[in-house]
Write a protein that binds this ligand. Structure first.
Ligand code: CO8
Length: 258
């Protein structure tokens, strides 16, 4: 499938997916969402890919769902657009690690897309927000749920009710992003983080991702049990033997995902 609204490059085991609707600040229309889901699924199933990075342009990661496309929709239309219902689940189903590299605006569906990734690296210019309230609607892809889990009720309510934007420094203080870097260094930093992940055992990386995600869905006791069982299971892998032997022999581990 040839993509028109995104670019995909695979280099050194990292799939870099760049949103590419510059005239609309990468607004997420149906075509872009369809192409993005397809590209993510392809990357997840491609043996050459071990980590995925999603990014936008300097000015905008994504300025939200496409308002022009949505403006004509009725309840029945929105209800009927399967993508609005399935996109969030689709991105959650990606088993390889996914990093969002955010510069400029990450608003509405753009902020929600970034939050659906495993972690966010932001440039100093990044601005996050859930301004749907200004349009007479509310967040529809996790902005009231993932944002609240990430930054707590006070800031989430503030952003969802006033529609104000959070800059990169505030987003880092609040725990929404894992690191903030100078604008020029964003892609270098994101790709270097992705490379680091790509060097690990993919079995362990997937397991770590699943365990962290499980913490959002379970009690502490259940989460701890899940983590412990996943930890035990990794002792059935060759990568566990290799990783520990490499440490003892003072050499780099050669993981084989076995
Ligand atoms: N949808 C469609 N077009 C957009 C969007 C958008 N979300 N954002 C920007 N654009 C377009 C503008 O219309 C403009 O196009 P044109 O030149 O043809 O008029 C072009 O991009 C450039 O935008 P601006 O001229 O407005 O640029 P500024 O630098 O002046 O302002 C802003 C940048 C502040 C980002 C401004 O564009 C803005 O406020 N955009 C809208 C932000 C917003 O409200 N986002 C939330 C949308 S609703 C949503 O995301 C709901 C998600 C729910 C579910 C998703 C399911 C998948």
């Amino acid at each position: 499938m040839a993509f028109e609204t995104i670019n995909v490059d695979i280099e050194d085991h990292v799939a870099l997916i760049k949103l590419n609707r510059p005239d609309a600040l990468n607004a997420l229309n149906q075509q872009l969402l369809t192409e993005l889901l397809k590209a993510l699924g392809d990357a997840d199933g491609n043996d050459k890919v071990r980590c995925i990075v999603i990014t936008g342009s300097d000015k905008a990661f994504a300025a939200g769902a496409d308002i022009k496309e949505m403006s004509e929709m009725s309840f029945a239309d929105v209800n009927d657009v399967n993508l609005f219902a399935t996109f969030g689940d689709g991105i959650q189903d990606i088993r390889k690690p996914v990093i969002a590299a955010v510069s400029g605006y990450a608003l509405g569906g753009g902020c929600e897309l970034a939050m659906a990734c495993d972690f966010i690296i932001a440039s100093e210019t990044a601005k996050f927000g859930q301004p749907e309230i200004n349009l007479g609607v509310i967040a529809g892809l996790g902005g009231s749920q993932r944002l609240t889990r990430a930054v707590g009720k006070a800031k989430s309510m503030d952003m969802n009710l006033t529609g104000r934007f959070m800059d990169a420094a505030e987003a880092e203080r609040a725990g929404l992003v894992s690191r903030v870097v100078p604008s020029k260094k964003l892609m270098e930093e994101a790709m270097s983080a992705a490379q680091k992940i790509a060097e690990k055992s993919l079995i362990a990386a997937r397991s770590a991702k699943e365990a962290v995600n499980r913490s959002f869905e379970s009690t502490l006791a259940e989460g701890l049990l899940y983590e412990r069982r996943a930890f035990h299971a990794l002792f059935a892998t060759e990568d566990q033997s290799e990783g520990m032997a490499a440490f003892i022999e003072k050499r780099e581990a050669q993981f084989r995902d076995k």
